[in-house]
Write a protein that binds this ligand. Structure first.
Ligand SMILES: Cc1ncc(COP(=O)(O)O)c(C=O)c1O
Length: 437
């Protein structure tokens, strides 16, 4: 089957026999809560919510177990910014697999890990930078939060309502997206966290009053330059700059969570730098590994010196951090982004895609949002994005619902998705919205 920038080809029911068999095996082996979630969605929307099961992907195409071909406007949660299974990344991973799969992390590192550290430092906004590698976005956020504690000695964090930073304990404590994620674990989370309203810099002072201490106990402020999961919420000009000023004034570290927005997704290498946030720490993940799990926390050398001079083992590390395969994939991905000019392309193409959406007749859409290749359609109906997502899936397009109330359709396609292919999508979307809203 031709894959890359091909149109959808849904020839079999979703799911058909092969897909259905996988779904049954999944239901019998994964955590039951996930199967229950699909049943609940089905009850809510009156439509089947069984997943498709991916077996192959390339460029912006995905193929399921039943042989249907889709156009992926999710990039697999924002990972496939340069497209799925980019040949240069695949080649780099194969070459690395032939010589070294695993090394001794922070003790005896691989040469390719060192190359990636150098590359990330050179890409950072600081003339002298240092980086810590990890696997998931949540890992990078954890490293950033710990760096802030080491640098300031203060436990407090200012975060934002709607902010999403991952679900492991450190990141969850600072994630203001959907209280339901936090509620069962609330008693185990850092209690020195307050949430300001998005996007209001003035609200930071109000939020601080919910803590026993004021700025004196705040070690960090964490912010996504554009809130992704909360529904592509782009802040007004000047907001990030104002936050930056406040943090500097009070000696708190500014953490820019660029896990979704960075590396070109929002039309700049670092959206936070573009918007003059002036961060002290940058977290990066998702697109970095070109499909493999690689993330990093990067900061200026002075900030990273706060980790001190341990005479024994490193106090923040993990078995697989900086693994050779991931490092090789990340180096190849950065090469592709640089050599193919994908940051500028994302800016141009994202703007052109937004114009196509603005010209279309999109019933039930109250707002079109975009920052580079991160686009969002705000719907008038709460949970409306669940219906739209399923209806589009059945027509061969993968999109994700976003926003705390399921009212945003998130479009984060690979930057390689062509304009004609996007225009096809917009025509299908017009028809879907006619029937679902
Ligand atoms: C802005 C942001 N930060 C952190 C994360 C967490 O990344 P991961 O799921 O890889 O832990 C995400 C994931 O969606 C994200 O969008």
């Amino acid at each position: 089957m031709t894959l890359g920038d091909a149109p959808p080809a849904v020839r079999n029911p979703i799911p058909a026999n092969a897909g259905q068999a996988w779904v049954e095996r999944l239901a019998a082996s994964e955590c039951p809560a996930l199967t229950t979630r699909r049943k609940r969605r089905a009850e809510l929307t009156g439509a089947n919510h069984d997943p498709i099961v991916w077996v192959e992907a390339q460029g912006s195409n995905v193929v399921d177990a039943d042989g249907n071909r889709y156009v992926d406007l999710t990039s697999g949660f924002g990972v496939a910014f340069i497209g799925h299974r980019h040949p240069i990344v695949v080649e780099a991973v194969k070459e690395q697999a032939d010589v070294l799969l695993h090394a001794l992390g922070d003790l005896y590192p691989s040469s390719v890990k060192i190359e990636l550290l150098e590359r990330l430092c050179a890409l950072s906004p600081w003339p002298q930078a240092r980086a810590m590698l990890s696997l998931s976005g949540g890992d990078a956020v954890t490293a950033a939060l710990k760096t802030a504690v080491m640098a300031t000695g203060r436990p407090g964090v200012v975060a934002f309502e709607g902010g999403y930073h991952g679900l492991s304990y450190g990141p969850l404590a600072v994630s203001g997206f959907a209280e339901r994620f936090r509620a069962p674990f609330a008693r185990q989370l850092n209690s020195h966290v307050c949430f300001a309203q998005w996007p209001h810099a003035d609200d930071v002072d109000r939020a601080l009053r919910s803590l026993p201490d004021d700025w004196s106990e705040i070690g960090a402020l964490i912010v996504e330059p554009v809130q992704g999961r909360a529904g592509v919420r782009v802040p007004p000009p000047g907001f990030l700059q104002e936050l930056g000023k406040r943090c500097k004034q009070h000696g708190a570290l500014l953490i820019a969570d660029e896990i979704f927005t960075g590396l070109g997704r929002c039309g700049a290498w670092w959206r936070s730098v573009e918007d003059e946030l002036n961060p002290d720490v940058i977290c990066v993940g998702k697109a970095l590994g070109g499909g493999l799990p690689v993330s990093a926390c990067i900061a200026g050398e002075e900030v990273m010196r706060a980790w001190g001079d341990p005479d024994r083992e490193a106090i923040h590390t993990a078995t697989f951090y900086g693994d050779p395969l991931g490092a090789a994939a990340a180096l190849a991905t950065l090469d592709v982004i640089e050599k193919e000019g994908l940051v500028a392309l994302s800016d141009e193409r994202g703007a052109a895609f937004a114009r196509s959406l603005e010209r279309a007749s999109l019933r039930g859409v109250s707002e079109i949002r975009h920052a580079g290749m991160m686009l969002g359609l705000r719907l008038e109906a709460e949970l409306g994005a669940l219906w739209v997502t399923r209806a589009l899936l059945e027509r061969g397009y993968l999109v994700l619902p976003a926003g705390e109330h399921g009212d945003v359709v998130q479009l984060v396609p690979p930057v390689t998705l062509s304009q004609p292919r996007f225009d096809d999508f917009v025509s299908v979307l017009e028809r879907v919205l006619e029937t679902t809203s």
